[in-house]
Write a protein that binds this ligand. Structure first.
Ligand code: NDP
Ligand code: 2IT
Length: 450
């Protein structure tokens, strides 16, 4: 594994202080040992050195006026990481924790995730260190407009197509699209996750959550089981978590807990999804307000739980769906889950589990779907939105949902077959990473040294 050590140490020199990025690279490179060590082909083409370096990184100033008339300044990013398989594609994250490392890890993951879908999309990611919490609608709009004042010159329906991620949903995509249109005079599919009245696709809103549950179902089917009656923990209470819970109910499973940045909600009879949508999608408030509706539920504030673990993973359940953010499942959390009988983890969030937690799941032999395979339904449906925009068509909910189901099945099959090919059946981390890498690397080689 010399190439692993040397790559990481070179990255530490050339791109200092990017911990999350090193973590994402290390996870992929560990899996690639069997393909890299067995022949010289990829080495000869310097594929590893090329694939860890973004094709282009854009960093920019975002000045905007708050409601008091003060000028605020944020930092914006767009990383156009790899275009071997298609136009750069990936979301935008607005969160105070955003920095070059976070955007780079997300962009790196996106290359492989997008490759796994089998669709013609390259990898990119962007965002800003902007905190949408407590901001008025006017402030959100002015921020989005200022963000687009720079971004518009770098994106386009055949070059780079951003979408949502943490802190960026339909409202923000609307303001971003409006400003793009104002600046360019073009009405085109430059963003995905658009509203249904103006070029959006049915099922895109639901796709990541639904897809993560479909992926779980494929893992269970291969083990002769299904989702019926499974008691589930779903972290987060945003776009991915809400629609994961919706699909769980549709498949006869029971989400018994969810969480947000203020704490964890536990409702053993099954979380009331209508109430959650009202609190999180409409009122945009803390989950603790759920107790005003259901006095028998339990809420644990974030501050009441030790730092190296997360309250949601302490509850006994059959399956876990981390759908909030990176590194939200630690080794301690993984041990707790397994000790309590959890037999499936399907990641809606990107890099939801730490390296230690991943190793623990693999050793325990549970069904483990890593984010880049399990949450790819979101970006896949974005590509379906691009296809509808380009052909000026609008498909029905059922047409899109059927394709989403089939794409998640194909991703599962690709990862599972590749794991078998390399003698580690069931190891979907290795299977997903190798299957995706071969597609991207082979396309890069065929396109020459560019
Ligand atoms: P949202 O902003 O809609 O929701 C995020 C949820 O997670 C919120 O409930 C938020 O709490 C909580 N959360 C976020 N960051 C933290 C944190 N640092 N600590 C505690 N809680 C946190 O984002 P999405 O649902 O879109 O994204 C969730 C995850 O899924 C991310 O990892 C994203 O990268 C990944 N993903 C998203 C896709 C998409 O299509 N949107 C596609 C594929 C992956 P609060 O409500 O208090 O803010
Ligand atoms: O992480 C992801 O895959 C996303 N945030 C969605 C990307 C997209 O382009 O739909």
């Amino acid at each position: 594994m010399n190439y692993l050590k040397s790559t990481i140490s070179e990255l530490k020199e050339s791109s200092p202080a990017q911990t999350e990025f090193y973590q994402a690279v290390e996870e992929v490179l560990r899996s690639l040992a069997p393909v890299l060590e067995e022949n010289n082909y990829y080495k000869k083409h310097a594929i590893i050195q090329r694939i860890v370096e973004p094709e282009r990184q854009i960093m920019f100033r975002i000045p905007w006026y708050d409601d008091e008339g003060n000028i605020q300044v944020n930092k914006g990013y767009r990383i156009e990481f790899n275009s071997a398989l298609g136009p750069y594609k990936g979301g935008l994250r607005f969160h105070p924790s955003v920095n070059a490392s976070i955007i780079k890890f997300l962009g790196f993951e996106q290359i492989f995730k997008n490759a796994l879908t089998g669709l013609p999309i390259g990898g990119g990611k962007g965002g800003a260190n902007f905190d949408p919490k407590g901001k008025s609608d006017g402030e959100i709009m002015r921020f989005c407009q200022s963000f687009m004042n720079e971004l518009y010159r770098h994106i386009g329906p055949n070059t780079d197509v951003p979408a949502g991620d943490i802190g960026v949903g339909a409202r923000e995509i609307g303001y971003l699209f409006g400003q793009y249109k104002k600046l360019t005079g073009r009405y085109e599919g430059v963003l995905t996750g658009k509203g249904l009245l103006w070029g959006g696709s049915l099922v895109r809103k639901e796709a990541t959550g639904y897809g993560t549950v479909y992926f779980a179902d494929h893992m269970l089917t291969a083990r002769g089981e299904n989702m019926q009656g499974q008691r589930c923990l779903v972290s987060g209470a945003g776009n991915v978590a809400i629609y994961a819970m919706e699909k769980l109910y549709q498949l006869g499973a029971i989400p018994i807990a969810c969480s947000d940045s203020t704490g964890t909600l536990y409702h053993p009879q099954g979380v009331d999804l209508v109430a959650i949508k009202q609190l999180k999608e409409i009122q945009r408030t803390s989950l603790s307000a759920y107790l005003n509706i259901h006095t028998d539920a339990h809420f644990t504030p974030v501050s009441d739980y030790p730092l190296n673990g997360h309250a949601i993973w302490q509850y006994q359940a059959d399956a876990a769906f981390p759908c909030a953010t990176q590194n939200e499942v630690t080794t301690l959390d993984a041990q707790t889950l397994i000790a309590n009988g959890c037999k499936l983890v399907s990641e809606g969030a990107n890099m939801a589990s730490t390296q230690g937690a991943v190793e623990f799941f693999l050793e325990a032999g549970i069904a483990y779907g890593p984010g880049k395979a399990a949450n790819a339904g979101g970006v896949a449906t974005s590509q379906l939105e691009m296809a509808q925009n380009a052909s000026m068509q609008k498909w029905t909910f059922e047409q899109v949902d059927q394709q989403l189901l089939q794409i998640t099945k194909d991703i599962y099959q690709r990862a599972s077959d590749t794991a078998k090919e390399f003698g580690t059946p069931g190891n979907l981390v290795l299977g997903a990473n190798i299957a995706a890498f071969r597609r991207v690397a082979d396309a890069m080689i065929e396109q020459g040294v560019v």
